[in-house]
Design a protein around this ligand. Structure first.
Ligand SMILES: CC(=O)SCCNC(=O)CCNC(=O)[C@H](O)C(C)(C)COP(=O)(O)OP(=O)(O)OC[C@H]1O[C@@H](n2cnc3c(N)ncnc32)[C@H](O)[C@@H]1OP(=O)(O)O
Length: 418
C-alpha cells in the first residue's frame, strides 16, 4: 500500500481531466470508460484550480470539485457559497483520509476567498458532519395515486384566468432563467443555476446517465406573466385489461405564486392515462397534498435531508439573513475545523434586520458550527436540538428565544441537486 504521504492531492490541469473523469465515474459506480462526447460535454464543468484530484503513481484515485454558487438566505439575500460536488475516492483507496485532505484544502481556500458558506448535497448522511456541515433543508417526495385524489375528471384548465401551454426546450432555456431568478429571491435554500443547468435539463447537452427528453409545461397568469413551469417524463405502462397505468415523474416544478403551483399540480394529476404522479424532491411543506380534495392520495415516498451547509463566516452569515422577532442571542460556536468558531452576539431589530459581532459576554446557547448551519436557514428548532443534546442552553429559555428569532413560517427548500 502506498503511504498516505505519497499520494499527491492537488488541483488538476486540463490535460488530466479525462483521467479525473474516469476516477469520478469509478467512485460513482458508473462505466469507467469515458467517451469523447462525455468529455466534450462535461468540459464546461472543469473549474481551474478547484477541480482537485488525488494521484497514486500518476493515476487519479480521488476527485473533488467546487464552484462559485449563490445561496438564498432567510429574507431573500444571496450569499456567496462554495459548492462542493463530484466527491469520490476509489474503493481501492478508501478510509486513508483522502476526502479529509481534499475537504480541508477546499474549505480553507473558500474561507480565504471570502465565501460565507460551503454547500453540498450529501450522498450519505454520516459523511460530512465531521467537516462542520449540517443538514439545512429537507426534501419530501410524494407519489400521488391519481384515481384516489377525488379530482373532477372534467377539469379543462385553470379556473383563475391563467393558461397552461406545452413549450419546447428552447422556450425553457429562454423563459426559465428569469422565472428561477424570481423564485430565488423569495425561497431560502435555493441556489443559483448556470447556463449548463438549463442545457442539461433540456437535453441540449447530455452526459448524465438515463436522460429522457421531458415534456415542458408553462403556466401564465391572467395578466400573461410566466409564473410557473414544470418538466416531467412519463412511462408507457398498460395493464392486462387494457387499462392505462402510466406514471408521470416530475423532474422539476417551479411556481412563484400559489396559483401557478396549484395549476401545475392540477395539470399533472389530470393527464389522460396517468394514474400516478411522482412529485420529485419538494419542500416538506409543499402545497401538493392539500391541493388535492383527498390529500391522503399523496403518499410520502421519500423524506430525507437534502442541502448541507457549512458556515465559514458567522458574522456575515448572521447579518445576511432576516429575523422573525426583535431580540439578542449570544452564541458560543465550536468549530473543530478552526474556521468559524468563537462567541458571537446576534442582535435582531423589529424590522427583521440583524447585526452580529464577536463578544465576550456570557453565552445563551452553545452549539457546534454544523448545528448553527442547521438553524441558520430557519428549518430546525433550537428547542428540538436542545432536547437531542446538540444545543446547550446556558441560560434558561434561550432555545425558545432562539426559535422566535431564527425559525421561518415556511420551510427552506433547495430545488437543485448539484
Ligand atoms: C458532495 C458529493 O459529491 S456527495 C458524493 C460522495 N461520494 C460517494 O458517496 C461515492 C462513494 N464513496 C466514496 O467515494 C468515499 O467513500 C467517500 C468520498 C465518501 C469517503 O472518502 P474517504 O477518503 O474514504 O474518507 P476519509 O478516509 O477521509 O474519511 C474520514 C472519516 O469519515 C468517515 N467516513 C467516510 N466516508 C464515510 C461513509 N460513507 N459513511 C460513514 N463514515 C464515513 C471515515 O470512516 C473517517 O472517519 P474517522 O475520521 O473517524 O476515521
Amino acid at each position: 500500500m502506498t503511504s498516505r504521504a505519497d499520494i499527491d492531492v492537488r488541483p488538476i490541469d486540463e490535460s488530466e481531466f479525462p483521467d479525473w473523469s474516469r476516477a469520478m465515474n469509478v467512485g460513482f459506480l458508473r462505466e469507467p470508460t469515458i467517451s469523447e462526447e462525455f468529455l466534450e460535454a462535461r468540459r464546461a464543468q472543469y473549474t481551474p484550480g478547484r477541480t482537485v484530484g488525488a494521484f497514486d503513481d500518476g493515476r487519479c484515485v480521488a476527485t473533488f470539485r467546487s464552484f462559485a454558487q449563490e445561496l438564498t438566505a432567510v429574507g431573500g439575500a444571496a450569499v456567496p457559497a462554495d459548492a462542493v460536488t463530484n466527491v469520490t475516492v476509489s474503493p481501492t483507496h478508501r478510509r486513508r483520509g483522502l476526502l479529509t485532505r481534499m475537504m480541508a484544502q477546499d474549505l480553507a481556500a473558500a474561507k480565504e476567498r471570502g465565501d460565507v458558506v460551503a454547500t453540498l448535497i450529501a450522498a450519505e448522511y454520516p459523511i460530512y458532519g465531521r467537516y462542520g456541515f449540517g443538514p439545512a433543508t429537507w426534501a419530501t417526495e410524494w407519489t400521488v395515486d391519481v384515481p384516489r385524489a377525488g379530482l373532477d375528471p372534467r377539469w379543462a384548465g385553470p379556473e383563475d384566468g391563467g393558461r397552461l401551454d406545452l413549450v419546447d426546450a428552447e422556450d425553457v432555456r429562454k423563459l426559465g432563467p428569469e422565472l428561477h431568478a424570481r423564485l430565488r429571491r423569495s425561497q431560502p435554500g435555493a441556489v443559483s443555476r448556470d447556463e449548463l443547468w438549463w442545457q442539461l435539463t433540456t437535453g441540449a447537452v447530455r452526459f448524465l446517465p438515463g436522460f429522457r427528453e421531458p415534456f415542458f409545461v408553462v403556466y401564465r397568469s391572467a395578466a400573461g406573466e410566466v409564473e410557473g413551469m414544470a418538466a416531467y417524463t412519463t412511462d408507457d405502462t398498460w395493464g392486462d385489461a387494457k387499462q392505462p397505468l402510466n406514471t408521470a415523474k416530475v423532474k422539476w416544478l417551479t411556481g412563484v405564486t400559489p396559483a401557478a403551483e396549484r395549476a401545475l399540480w392540477r395539470y399533472l394529476c389530470s393527464i389522460d392515462w396517468v394514474v400516478r404522479v411522482r412529485s420529485g424532491y419538494r419542500a416538506p411543506d409543499d402545497l401538493l397534498p392539500h391541493v388535492l380534495p383527498d390529500p391522503r392520495a399523496a403518499a410520502v415516498t421519500t423524506q430525507a435531508d437534502f442541502l448541507w451547509v457549512r458556515i465559514l463566516d458567522v458574522v456575515r452569515a448572521m447579518e445576511a439573513r432576516t429575523y422573525g422577532a426583535a431580540g439578542a442571542l449570544v452564541l458560543e460556536v465550536a468549530d473543530a475545523g478552526g474556521l468559524a468558531g468563537g462567541r458571537y452576539r446576534v442582535e435582531a431589530s423589529a424590522d427583521g434586520a440583524g447585526t452580529c459581532a464577536p463578544t465576550t459576554e456570557n453565552p445563551h446557547l452553545s452549539l457546534d458550527v454544523a448545528d448553527l448551519a442547521t438553524l441558520w436557514l430557519g428549518d430546525e428548532s433550537a428547542v428540538r436540538l436542545a432536547a437531542l443534546g446538540r444545543v446547550r442552553e446556558e441560560r434558561a429559555g434561550a432555545a425558545r428565544e432562539a426559535d422566535a428569532l431564527l425559525r421561518t413560517s415556511r420551510r427552506p427548500w433547495c430545488p437543485d441537486i448539484f
